[in-house]
Design a protein around this ligand. Sequence first.
Ligand code: HPA
Ligand code: ZN
Length: 326
Amino acid sequence: TDLDAFITGLPKAELHLHIEGSLEPELMFALAERNGVSIPFASVEEVRAAYDFSNLQDFLDIYYAGANVLLTRQDFHDLASAYFARAAADGVVHAELMFDPQTHTDRGVPFSEVIEGLLCAMEAARAEHGISSSLILSFLRHLSEEAAFATLAEAEPWLDRIEAVGLDSSEVGHPPEKFARVFAAARDKGLRITAHAGEEGPPEYVHQALDLLGVHRIDHGNRALEDPALIERLVREGMTLTVCPLSNHKLCVVDDLADHPIDAMLAHGLKATVNSDDPAYFGGYVADNYRAIAMARRLDRDALATLARNSFTGSFLPDEIVAEHL
Ligand code: HPA
Ligand code: ZN
């Protein structure tokens, strides 16, 4: 349709994408076989049928189980290559990929295998698809501060190839303040900062991400809308929110996509963006997210273009490169 062509044709940056969340069931089976790893599913259909979540933790349990098939740098390369092919087809020209090293190093997979596989695919994506990309090392917030420090230390040899650090996994009960010191250390190393906040957690966690982590953007941020003073602050600071409509629906952050607050965010003057989060688990890549939210909220082309523009101004690209994309 015209809308599909318009959305695909809009140059977009993807700012909120967990590369482990782009593991499609078909690749999960292929890697399970290649690596001799058993998975608790008999078929691709059975995997897809299990993707029926009522909250974030339901999803995380299955997402971490799926990641067990990833063992070698070739696996991480193949995972990211598949993502880049889908992203290119969707009109993504720049992607900032989150990866969860602890999900792999805790299973005995070396950090080097994870990151070298991803970096190799990123280089190929530039050549094959003209997509630029960078890496966001995300700490698992259900694990300890000490474990996050150990992960940052492991990343040391690759810090020139890591753009930012992030914070993901189970939000409630693991507030940003738990990681204030490790984020300060990351900032001292020149890394940019982002954190999931206000997905399931309260507005207070968004305040903490700003005050205690020094974030340059907020991943999700939906629940900031409950706090008018916080909305005003996010607008004043020009803070980007990396919103993920299909994820919000699948994880019951919104009951119905028709009630999604994306246009309310824009109306407040918040710098909202549209992203896929974990596309293999939530039923769509970035263009699917634009299409779904455009239909659900009757967004016009100006609004869609604003969302796409915000994805560049909210990126970690240098200002002069951002300007080239606007
Ligand atoms: N929230 C928290 N942790 C995550 C997510 C998410 O949406 N996706 C992958 N890890
Ligand atoms: Zn996320």
